[in-house]
Design a binder for this molecule. Structure first.
Ligand code: TXA
Ligand code: MG
Length: 343
């Protein structure tokens, strides 16, 4: 299969929509990361997503819509909770996914056998144009091979998916850089299953009590059931080893500089002049939005230097959008944290 590279113009958007209507796969830009889209109401089209990504079949997909009214228009859920309306008013279009009880319209391939469906109204105008032109909601996971860092440019989608999907629409680099916040409204108290661009603090301001699933910052115990199946898999990981260091800035510099030339630093701009190893910077210290935006691209770049075999990063802060960076980085590191403060 030849993968078409499409742009943001009427004729290319129409081409993307036609491919989707006949059951094909298209890489689409969103404000978070690129998605690998198929017609969400066509079970066999959705099954192709799993094949292209090598994704485990028990990991459900997010359904993307172009306006709030699409939930009712396509009959996606049995009823829309009041909290969903409140959250949509504040955060849609944007990086928030809400899980609700699903209706019979949603194919099992999308919900992976669960009785719920995850819905998101993306902030990227090209994403909404494609959904509208296709005339159907789109199921879309991140457009990476399962386990790899998510793609934040069309070129990274091509790296993973060339020849496996029908087309990619180039919408430039993603603004947020990490995937949407996932909150379930199907539990008694709403619960964040994955942190993202909309912070836990922001959610609490709108709907009050919100729990954070233990899998967000920790590792699931052996045999423990994941509320969000995606959380149980090794994820977001480059091929080289990533290690997190719990320490202050000076300890970080000394430790990394002592590691020799096969080591790299996944660091901040301010560290660069003091480091003697190759640096991959996430931006200015404390600029969590920049760290989120650059994380996946820097993780992918680490694999472009065969002379490297380990990258050291500091354990991120869990405040605000920092929590999303923490959640991705700790998985990229396979939960390998060295506590230098203890020694
Ligand atoms: O920003 C995003 O959300 C991107 C863009 C493309 O929209 N999409 C994305 O999809 O990150 P994906 O498939 O890579 O991650 C979806 C996550 C997975 O961890 C999955 O397990 C969880 O959401 N999920 C989906 N439906 C669910 C459901 N019904 N119940 C619990 N978790 C669900
Ligand atoms: Mg993903």
């Amino acid at each position: 299969m030849k993968t078409l590279l499409l742009k943001d113009n009427d004729s290319d958007i129409r081409t993307a929509a036609e491919i989707l209507r006949r059951g094909g796969l298209v890489g689409i830009p969103t404000e978070t990361v690129y998605g690998l889209a198929a017609d969400a109401l066509n079970g066999s089209a959705v099954a192709r997503i799993f094949a292209a990504k090598g994704r485990p079949m028990d990991n459900p997909l997010i359904v993307h819509i172009a306006e709030f009214g699409d939930i009712k228009r396509f009959g996606l859920v049995s009823s829309v909770p009041e909290s969903a309306e409140k959250l949509a008013k504040c955060f849609w279009p944007g990086p928030l996914t809400m899980i609700m009880k699903k209706s019979g319209v949603v194919p099992n391939e999308v919900s992976a056998g669960l009785d719920t469906v995850a819905i998101r109204l993306p902030g990227h105008t090209i994403a909404r144009k494609i959904i509208r032109a296709a005339g159907t909601p789109l199921a879309a996971p991140s457009a990476n091979l399962s386990g790899s860092p998510s793609p934040t440019t069309a070129a990274r989608v091509i790296d993973d998916m060339n020849g496996k999907i029908d087309a990619v629409v180039d919408g430039g680099a993603c603004e947020v850089g990490v995937e949407s916040t996932v909150i379930t409204l199907a539990t008694e108290i709403p619960r964040v299953l994955r942190p993202g661009g909309v912070t836990v603090e922001q959610l609490r301001e709108v709907i009050g009590e919100v729990e954070v699933d233990s899998a967000v910052t920790g590792k699931l115990a052996e045999g423990e059931k994941a509320a969000s199946p995606g959380m149980k898999y090794k994820h977001y990981a480059p091929k080289i080893r990533v290690v997190l260091l719990k320490c202050g800035d000076n300890e970080y510099i000394d430790y990394v500089n002592s590691k020799g030339e096969r080591a790299a630093a996944l660091c901040c701009d301010e560290d660069i002049p003091r480091l003697s190893v190759r640096c991959f910077s996430l931006g200015k210290r404390g600029d969590f939005a920049s760290h989120a935006q650059r994380l996946f691209e820097e993780l992918r770049q680490l694999d472009e230097y065969p002379e490297l075999d380990v990258a050291y990063a500091r354990l991120p802060s869990t405040d605000g959008v920092g929590l999303a960076v923490y959640n991705r980085l700790i998985r990229a590191a396979g939960f390998e944290v060295i506590d230098l403060e203890k020694n």
